[in-house]
Design a protein around this ligand. Structure first.
Ligand SMILES: [Zn+2]
Ligand SMILES: [Zn+2]
Length: 290
């Protein structure tokens, strides 16, 4: 049975959400901060694995289908040529997901990276130089009408003289080593693990087994590599298409058709307690996706 989008049996339930207050007195859900995510998976013999994330791994690589009904409905309305209603909803969901994945990709693009000094996008800084953004302010700028000062619009030039890259981008430019928060991010391609497509029990089993095998193979000797161990998460042929290689313009149907179901991730071991080892997932090597 294929998983339905949003199915409670899918691994999307592994992503924790928190409430936040939005304008207009709305309370909305947003993803919990990565630093607060911890999955605990009990292994036999009183051992529990704790799994954490860093370097924005969860945001970059753990993706979920949209649950925004209005987005799906908008696509549905345009798919009148699909006569079967279930098929039409499924196509609408997929179209909305394609847009969601592209939006998330765009957040990482240089065009949307804002200057650390003035918070205007890099595109406002031609040649990474002076910011050309002009803003308007309404106020008393010396204009008179009938002998009285009146409010008028005034154009202000941004005073920022050069684009200052945000911290993570700077690290990239400095060529810091492989565990780089945005490694590959500016290339505008991303490998997504599409959680809705993987049954949760299977997902947990794959993760647990891959960790257990490597742990038993390297601990205590030669020991877990301090820079992290490269580990495959292979979700198997039954889940082909659960890993998507997404770039600008990628169609979701094409990405699915590539049939990827295996990624290689970099995981560090952050404590020595054999009954509660803490594994931190920090990087995905897109070149190893298959
Ligand atoms: Zn600036
Ligand atoms: Zn500016």
């Amino acid at each position: 049975m294929p998983l339905k989008i949003g199915d409670s049996q899918s691994s999307r339930t592994l992503v924790p959400y928190v409430k936040y207050n939005a304008p207009k007195n709305l309370t909305l859900d947003t993803r919990a901060d990565e630093s607060t995510i911890e999955w605990s998976i009990s292994v036999s013999g009183g051992v529990t694995y704790l799994i954490r994330f860093s370097q924005n791994f969860s945001k970059k690589h753990l993706h979920t289908s949209t649950k925004k009904l209005e987005h799906v409905q908008a696509e549905y309305d345009q798919l009148g040529h699909i006569k079967d209603d279930d098929a039409r909803w499924a196509a609408a969901q997929e179209a909305a997901d394609e847009k969601k994945f592209h939006r998330q990709l765009a957040h990482r693009s240089l065009n949307e990276q804002r200057c650390k000094t003035c918070n205007h996008p890099i595109s406002d800084h031609p040649g990474s130089g002076k910011c050309m953004r002009k803003t308007q302010t309404l106020g008393f700028h010396g204009q008179m009408k009938n002998g009285k000062p009146v409010k008028s619009m005034k154009e202000n030039e941004c005073t920022c003289t050069a684009y200052l890259a945000p911290y993570a981008e700077k690290r990239r430019d400095q060529g810091k080593p492989t565990i780089n928060p945005l490694l590959g991010a500016t290339a505008q391609t991303n490998d997504l693990i599409w959680l809705d497509r993987i049954p949760r029990a299977h997902f947990e089993k794959v993760i647990q087994e891959s960790l257990r095998k490597r742990y038993n193979a390297v601990v205590p000797n030669p020991g877990w590599d301090a820079k992290g161990e490269h580990i495959e998460w292979d979700f198997g042929p039954a889940n082909r298409g659960c890993i998507l290689k997404f770039a600008t313009g990628t169609r979701l149907a094409d990405a699915k058709a590539q049939g990827h179901s295996c990624v290689e991730v970099l995981i560090t071991l952050d404590n020595k307690d054999a009954t509660r080892p803490i594994f931190t997932v920090c990087h995905l090597d897109g070149k190893k996706t298959k």
